[in-house]
Design a binder for this molecule. Sequence first.
Ligand code: SAH
Length: 243
Amino acid sequence: MPISVRRFALTVVLLSAVQTTGCAAKNNQKEVSWDILARKDMVDSQIEARGIKDDRVISAMLKVERHRFVPKSLEKLAYGDFPLPIGEEQTISQPYIVALMTEEIQLASTDRVLEVGTGSGYQAAVLSLLAGEVFTIEIIESLADSAAKRLNVLGYENVHVRHGDGFLGWPEKAPFDAIIITCAPPELPEPLIIQLAEGGRLIVPLGENFQILTLYTKVAGVLEKKEIIPVRFVPMKGLIEEQ
Ligand code: SAH
């Protein structure tokens, strides 16, 4: 069976297990919502099992209601081990990749974070539980608008969404203690390097068809580089294409 079919089948099995457990709980008068169980299962089998250890990251992944960030028709697949379409040919990243990128940038609760590529707003919501303020930029206006609305309805008050080209960063709000790029540029945009604070961390899927998740840390004005794992993200668009 091809991997994608196998994964889908596994998800269906997992979801039916979750639903069955949900019913059993109901009979005991202790109703646990399906999504709480699905998030716990996601964290156990995809995130902790693959080595994510930071308790704050794990608790944020347990808290954020990922199913509210995907189209209604895909809600029941929101906790599966894969990316999902969110419209405009874009995707919400696989949960493990969200957790890994979040863990790698080692956020403190007062940090100011910049995200390039808001998409659904899910990654921004996870960041917002670990940082002081999150500034996120999305190049597709309809996605920026719907993410801003969704984050507002869900009460993520420390997330600020802007429609624009993240290549330029958000200079009025710089410097940032951490920058997370969730679309793939062939090389690091210069304005983002400038907007990274001293001691700041920047994580990016770097490359074109073949990308490496790369972490940079600014030490005495110079970027130190650590390559993490090969990944696949949608390409960064806009000004970067003219470089
Ligand atoms: N972080 C998102 C998923 C990102 S998908 C989430 O949690 O759902 C990548 C997003 O980057 C897409 O929505 C795409 O439109 C956006 N993007 C691509 N190029 C961009 C650019 N130059 N500036 C800002 N956003 C960009």
